[in-house]
Write a protein of this length. Structure first.
Length: 407
């Protein structure tokens, strides 16, 4: 039904006033907007700023050092010197295996060394006397050779006894299981009185706390982009430079934790198409715990001049992102009478490529020029090809830098 036919029908059915109002409800929004004439909208030039892109990843904190504590001698556990979960210092005694058998073995080794040294002293004296007797021709050379052999044998026995004593001393020392580094210890896996077997029985797990690693994976595409930036000299590789990184936990805003890269793997995982990276953070307040998830951001570009717009100025057209810009009317444009004395302009849609959020504004990577004037408020009053009355305004940053990957 045409507009005229619809109006006639409604007038006949409901009267002139009601028919007119119902007719407006049947018209499309675009037709209604055209009937109202050009409407005012806020327009602004894209904000210009020098920025750096950041790439975001999800990672997990891991201890720089982690060790499963095991006894180096077998025996019955005699004492536990810590409270489960406490912080311990390097060299602190954590477990004690019953030392009495090892003290006895050490004493025996000391005695055997003394006996070997006594035999060595006697053999040395016999050799000296033998050499004097041979010079007086009162002792044969063959007997002297025997005394030399005894002396060498006694020297060897002393060396064997010294080695046995060192072994016994080590075993006695190993009855105390000490912290190899400072950190936080887990709950103990055994109780006093249990038999501990060398190299088999796990006593507890010790992890370092400060500093701490954050391990994450990056895509093959990101790896290639970073490699090309390094080749161009725009940004050094994290393999060779301690590039800045920032992180936040799931309940934090902004990026309160600052660290640096300290490792990139030497190969890409062929199954996942990713490469492992690692950053290191200080952890003075003991907040960061191994196993925690975190978001990490890493510098993804060199500094460049960017154009920025508020997200409210960006529209979606299926898979594309567009912004509405303005163009002046031609002198012979037949729509000029609609404007009256208002300086109206035509709405032109432009397809843009989005980048990161920078201080509350969206980076526009392509599709706009600095001379464009963009509708930043009142986009619902405009449609491509329609007319609007521009009201100039200026953009400003909405907040602190909170750059993330673009959509």
């Amino acid at each position: 039904m045409s507009k005229a036919n619809a109006s006639t029908f409604l007038k006949r059915q409901f009267g002139r006033g009601l028919g007119a109002s119902l007719l407006l409800s049947l018209l499309s929004p675009a037709t209604a907007l055209a009937q109202q004439g050009p409407l005012p909208v806020d327009v602004a030039a894209p904000l210009q700023a020098k920025i750096i892109d950041w790439n975001e990843y999800t990672g997990r904190f891991e201890a720089v050092e982690r060790v499963e504590l095991r006894a180096r001698v077998s025996g019955y556990l005699d004492a536990i010197k810590f409270r489960d979960g406490q912080l311990v210092k390097k060299g602190e005694v954590l477990f004690v295996v019953d030392p009495r058998p090892f003290q006895a073995a050490h004493s025996r080794a000391e005695a055997e060394l003394q006996a070997a040294q006594a035999e060595q002293t006697r053999a040395a004296a016999d050799l000296v006397r033998g050499e004097e007797l041979v010079s007086n021709r009162t002792l044969s050379e063959s007997v002297l050779d025997e005394r030399r052999a005894v002396k060498l044998q006694s020297d060897a026995q002393v060396a064997i006894a010294e080695a046995a004593l060192r072994t016994a001393a080590l075993d006695l020392e190993f009855t105390e299981v000490k912290a190899p580094f400072s950190g936080r210890i887990s709950a103990t896996e055994v109780d006093v009185g249990n038999l501990v077997t060398t190299g088999e029985t796990e006593l507890a797990v010790l992890v370092s706390i400060n500093p701490i690693h954050l391990v994450f994976t990056a895509s093959e595409a990101d790896f290639l982009r970073y490699s090309r930036l390094n080749a161009e000299g725009s940004r050094p590789s994290s393999r060779n430079a301690a590039n800045r990184v920032e992180a936040r936990l799931i309940d934090e805003q902004g990026w309160p934790h600052h660290g640096k890269m300290d490792f990139v793997d030497n190969e890409i995982d062929p199954n996942a198409g990713t490469i492992t990276g690692r950053a290191i953070f200080t952890n003075d307040d003991d907040l960061l715990t191994p196993g925690l998830f975190a978001r990490l951001r890493l510098v993804g570009s060199g500094e460049y001049e960017a154009q920025l717009l508020p997200d409210t100025a960006i529209l979606s057209d299926q898979a594309r992102k567009i912004v509405l810009t303005l163009a002046p009317l031609a002198a012979e444009d037949p729509r000029k009478p609609q404007c009256g004395e208002a300086p109206c302009q035509e709405v032109v849609a432009k397809v843009v490529t989005l980048g990161a959020i920078h201080r509350g504004l969206r980076v526009i990577k392509s599709g706009l020029s600095p001379e464009d004037r963009v509708i930043v408020s009142g986009v619902q009053r405009a449609r491509p090809g329609g007319l609007v009355i521009p009201q100039p305004t200026e953009l400003d940053f909405a907040g602190p830098d909170a750059a993330t990957n673009g959509d």
